[in-house]
Design a protein around this ligand. Sequence first.
Ligand SMILES: Cc1cc2nc3c(=O)[nH]c(=O)nc-3n(C[C@H](O)[C@H](O)[C@H](O)COP(=O)(O)O)c2cc1C
Length: 357
Amino acid sequence: MVTPLSIDLRESWRIRDVEIPTRLVLAPMAGVSVQAFRRQGRRYGAGLVCSEMVSVAGIQHRNERTLGYLRVAGDEHPLAIQIFGSEPRVMAEAARMVEAAGADLVDINFGCPVKKVTKTGAGATLLDDPARACAIVEEVANAVDVPVSVKMRRGLRDGARTCLDVGPRLVEVGAATLTLHPRSAQQMYTGTADHSLTAELVSLVDVPVIASGDVTSRARAQAVLATTGAAAVMVGRSAQGNPWVLREIVDGDDREPSREEVVAELLLFVRETVRELGERRATGFLKKFYGWYLGRGRFPKPFKQELVVLDSTAEVERRLLAAAPGALPLLERLENELETGDEVLLDSLPISIYGGG
Ligand SMILES: Cc1cc2nc3c(=O)[nH]c(=O)nc-3n(C[C@H](O)[C@H](O)[C@H](O)COP(=O)(O)O)c2cc1C
């Protein structure tokens, strides 16, 4: 029996020939996982980052906004781009574009519980249609050279164990790794993730398994790794406005960030997001992040309220710097350290479907 303490999160592992430098993966989150979020995740220790779910119908129709999600920066690798849809042929076509865009992995979403997606036959519903799910994975795996991964829930209804039946079949037809979020679709985000299912899945397949759900600390990450045999843990909600949790999980560095550090990271995030989405779209997109960054007792509550009503990010920046003037040199240092990506301005906004998996 491995004791949690003996687990080194800094160990590298592989999905076929893709080397993942740490055992921490940043979760795909619709309306959250923009490039700025993923690049930040890499800087704080995530070994693999993932785009939010991208509609293959949007890719097929060359929807400009959708194509914006396929933009990959040099310092994001290794990176997975996640697609969702229900038609194997359309999924395979989209996967080719995802590969051409520079993704190191094509990830397939069989986890999204949101009606808007499931009613189209995509997301978690595919767990109840294993033949179609297998056809999708097989066609996608045949269409691309990069490894194909699948992210799924335990099943549709509470108590379901569908993932244990479908998972091994997906591996047989070409999935190079599986991520399991062991809640049912019906559960959405209530209750807890039952990682005993993750352990069962690990015992059934000979590809690496990634454990997703309720990993909020190093202690929890080590316990999940030790008790499941998973290759890596995935972290989602805890990293919203809180990249420091990634550092804590990977390195055990549990220093609370200073107010200046928080503001510097938030401002970098604001600037990068404006560059990525354009000022107009970024203004709305960023509002939820103010609460995420400034909460957790870091700033008084009314401060966030002040920021969310502002309609320009320049004004947000001014107020933040007034509250923490010492953040400016930190921000400048962060910007100097960053690899400069391409400067393409995108008139696009992520599809904000809360809870894509
Ligand atoms: C706002 C939000 C958006 C999400 N979007 C996606 C998505 O696009 N694709 C996906 O596979 N999972 C999505 N998820 C699920 C997460 O990837 C993850 O599996 C889940 O949140 C459990 O992990 P956590 O407890 O660390 O948050 C989303 C979750 C949240 C909270």
